[in-house]
Design a protein around this ligand. Structure first.
Ligand code: ZN
Length: 287
């Protein structure tokens, strides 16, 4: 077996861009520290809305191929080299927003057999042997079918991998503390007139917002703010960045967080808020 870095982080995301928005600073921080950072992206996001007019001719498979190049550029900004497309690029189709007919396409991720998809991910888990796995909550953060399915597949893969010989010590869901979200939008209201965005989003638009007492972990990625912003910019079809704000295709400004928050859902809950996803791991687990 080839020698692995002692600390290994696995992130499971639905589409290219989700990794940079949710975890860009965290990924850059741990990659810089020499940890193994592995990203599994479940779809190519070929049903995403394209922002720049010059790229709006891209649809379907052409958009998926383009978004894969955006993903590779983004990961280059973050210093991450290990990316896997679940089942291979294009195996699972983008399911589109909840309620659209796209949700019924037989090859879309929403229609994927849970154990089959989770089995593919479990193979990655048993190969990488991460101490830490990061994904979304059971609503996928905000209800997108591919995000909900990524959550289900990730949580099921953790079970399957445990049966196959690697029990992931710590699993986290992406979170935003309500107080942090509220403070950011209060500031955004004063800055909006000077920004290139038509309007402000609101706390309700952000994925994974919960009351502060559910947050177990805050990863300070301030030192990697530029890398995160560059990674998000690399997803030019999907994101417009004006630090420390950005907007998706709905043109609603929202905060670009460089301290990223998490809720530990597998592993002993810490007494005080952690600042490191690997905190508290016994030496034999962190090897
Ligand atoms: Zn997404």
């Amino acid at each position: 077996m080839t020698e692995q870095p002692s600390r290994r982080l696995l992130l499971v995301h639905a589409h290219p861009d989700d990794e940079s928005i949710n975890n860009g600073a965290t990924m850059a921080r741990y990659a810089t520290q020499g940890a193994q950072v592995t990203l599994v992206t479940c779809t190519l996001g070929e049903r995403g809305e394209v922002i720049p007019p010059r790229l709006r001719h891209l649809t379907g498979a052409a958009l998926g191929a383009h978004r894969l190049t955006e993903l590779r550029s983004a990961l280059g900004e973050l210093g991450v080299t290990d990316v896997r497309l679940l089942g291979g690029a294009g195996r699972y189709g983008d399911s589109g927003m909840m309620g659209l007919p796209d949700n019924d396409a037989p090859d879309c991720f929403w229609q994927a057999d849970l154990d089959e998809a989770a089995g593919r991910l479990a193979e990655v888990v048993t190969e990488v042997r991460p101490q830490v796995l990061v994904t979304y909550d059971d609503n996928g953060g905000y209800g997108h079918p591919d995000h909900i399915q990524a959550h289900r597949v990730a949580m099921r893969a953790v079970e399957l991998a445990a049966d196959a010989g690697w029990s992931v010590p710590k699993v986290y869901w992406n979170r935003i503390p309500r107080s942090v979200a509220e403070a950011a939008f209060a500031r955004l209201r004063t800055e909006l007139p000077g920004l290139p965005f038509a309007r402000s989003g609101s706390v309700d638009d952000l994925p994974g917002v919960v009351d502060d007492d559910r947050i177990t972990t805050a990863v300070d990625g301030t030192a990697h703010a530029a890398a995160k912003a560059a990674a998000m910019r690399a997803h030019a079809t999907q994101i417009e960045v004006a630090e420390p704000w950005f907007a998706l295709s709905n043109e609603q400004a929202q905060p670009l967080f460089t301290t990223e928050h998490y809720e530990l859902v597998r592993g002993p809950r810490p007494d005080t808020r952690e600042t490191d996803l690997f905190a508290g791991l016994a030496p034999e687990e962190a090897s």
